[in-house]
Design a protein around this ligand. Structure first.
Ligand code: GRG
Length: 300
């Protein structure tokens, strides 16, 4: 569980990310049936770094309902594997064509394109294996696990993450409006972040109204997160971020639509909505409040 309550958000995120890293290492170490090269390609990408925001959100929302963290952890890891599958595929030459991710050569640059496609496929599949195993020894009711699997599947599919990527590629270099940009953001980014927050609550057997409220929080931070990401692509430091900046110049982005300062204002509006969604949870939501603020203030 989280250490000192006085810890700042950056220390908290570092501590939680280390905990998730540990669990992810175990996932790969224990998967003896995985073909050796695939395991190497999968862990190369997943263990290369990253903020681990999706698992941290999942664990944090589960903690509102006194869930056993060990039972939730496989689901938290699953969300990070899905995120990494999407990054591996996004970096492929047929998509965003990027040779670097998290300051290291991307998966296809090391293992080749075909293995990178397969490593992404295997991570997505492994994620659902982990989700199906979370608390399956009786700690989590089957109905909660099935609902969580459904929630994540919908968020990842053609109406969510994959759909967002399709639009992102389709609109590249085209004149589109703000509505199209918002559609990309909802699907490509907010869907998985929303599902991450909801999954923790669902597995912890939270009530419907609480799940929905946390979903609103996840959606709002997801929208703010992608606007912040668009802004960082214009003004961020590529060394600090571990990936090239300016890569979105031909993309449909918020700053391209409305300019930098109005984009910052819009992100702050979403963060305010996130804070409002958390109000009924009182003190126990402190970390999620801090996380929301971190999302618009981050530099990586
Ligand atoms: C290929 C199905 C498929 C989807 C690709 C993830 C993605 C969709 C594209 C990558 C580029 C991008 C801007 C995605 C939006 C989501 C996002 C901002 C991802 C980066 O998330 P962070 O900052 O990642 O949480 P790390 O792991 O670096 O902390």
């Amino acid at each position: 569980m989280t250490g000192s309550k006085s810890m700042g958000i950056k220390e908290y995120l570092k501590e939680r990310a280390a905990l998730v890293d540990n669990a992810l290492q175990k996932v790969f170490a224990e998967d003896q049936s995985a073909e050796a090269k695939m395991r190497e390609a999968m862990s190369h990408s997943v263990m290369a770094g990253g903020k681990r925001l999706r698992p941290i959100l999942c664990l944090e929302s589960a903690s509102f309902f006194d869930a056993d963290e060990a039972a939730i952890m496989p689901a938290a890891c699953a969300l990070e594997l899905i995120h990494n599958y999407s990054l591996i595929h996004d970096d492929l030459p047929c998509m965003d064509d990027s040779d670097f991710r998290h300051g290291k050569p991307s998966c296809h640059a090391v293992f080749g394109k075909a293995n990178a496609v397969l490593a992404g496929d295997a991570l997505l599949t492994k994620a659902f294996e982990l989700l199906a195993s979370a608390g399956a020894d009786g700690q989590i009711p089957d109905r909660c696990r099935i609902r969580a699997i459904h929630e994540v599947a919908v968020a990842c599919g053609a109406g969510g993450l994959v759909g967002g990527q399709v639009l992102d590629l389709e609109y590249e270099g085209k004149e589109v409006g703000l509505a199209e940009v918002e559609d990309i953001h909802r699907k490509k980014t907010a869907a998985l972040l929303t599902a991450s927050v909801k999954t923790g609550a669902i597995l912890a057997a939270a009530g419907e109204a609480e799940v929905e409220r946390l979903g609103k929080y996840g959606y709002s931070i997801g929208r703010a997160f992608q606007i912040a990401d668009d802004i960082l692509d214009e003004v961020g430091d590529s060394k600090e971020m571990g990936k090239p900046v300016g890569a979105d110049q031909h993309k449909a982005t918020y700053p391209a639509q409305i300019g930098l300062e109005p984009s910052r204002e819009k992100a702050r509006e979403f963060i305010q909505q996130a804070h409002t969604a958390l109000e009924p949870f009182g003190d126990k939501a402190r970390r999620l409040h801090d996380l929301a603020d971190f999302i618009v203030e981050r530099t990586v």
